[in-house]
Design a protein around this ligand. Structure first.
Ligand SMILES: [Zn+2]
Length: 147
């Protein structure tokens, strides 16, 4: 896996590739963020000091019918400008979601041609995940309040 494939195929840009694992039919890419690219997620300052990390796992686009996941230790940093300690932003994931933005777009594209149940089966997720993605899309486009 190269960083250019991460970007062009999976929509993940600006990270370093660590390794790929194969577990129970799933493909798991581990990536990392270089400390030089970390910024404060509150004020945007670049002058930050490392304060550990929080490892998270996100569902990504499937490859040939296999589920893929991206594992990322998200750096926590202390900001010299505003003094806050926070995780840096993860631009390829919406806050509080367990899947990547490209995964969400792909699910929406499939939803135009397949039933929710078929999309969920194809992507290996629950029906509720696809329903939630559709609801959020409607809210974005029409300004409805998502539940
Ligand atoms: Zn700050």
């Amino acid at each position: 896996m190269s960083t250019s494939l991460l970007y062009h195929a999976f929509g993940i840009r600006g990270y370093r590739y660590t390794r790929t694992d194969y577990q129970g039919g799933q493909v798991i890419f581990t990536i990392r963020q270089g400390p030089e690219t970390c910024r404060c997620s509150a004020c945007g300052a670049r002058d930050v000091r490392p304060r550990g990390c929080v490892t998270r796992r996100f569902r990504s686009l499937p490859i040939a019918g296999r589920s893929t996941f991206v594992v990322l230790p998200i750096p926590r940093v202390e900001c010299s400008a505003c003094g806050r300690v926070r995780q840096v932003e993860v631009p390829f994931v919406d806050p509080r979601r367990s899947y990547t933005r490209p995964f969400e777009r792909y699910a929406l594209e499939l939803s135009r041609r397949m039933t929710i149940r078929d999309v969920a089966l194809h992507l290996g997720v629950g029906w509720d995940v696809i329903k939630e993605i559709q609801k959020r899309d409607l809210a974005r486009r029409f300004g409805a309040v998502p539940k």
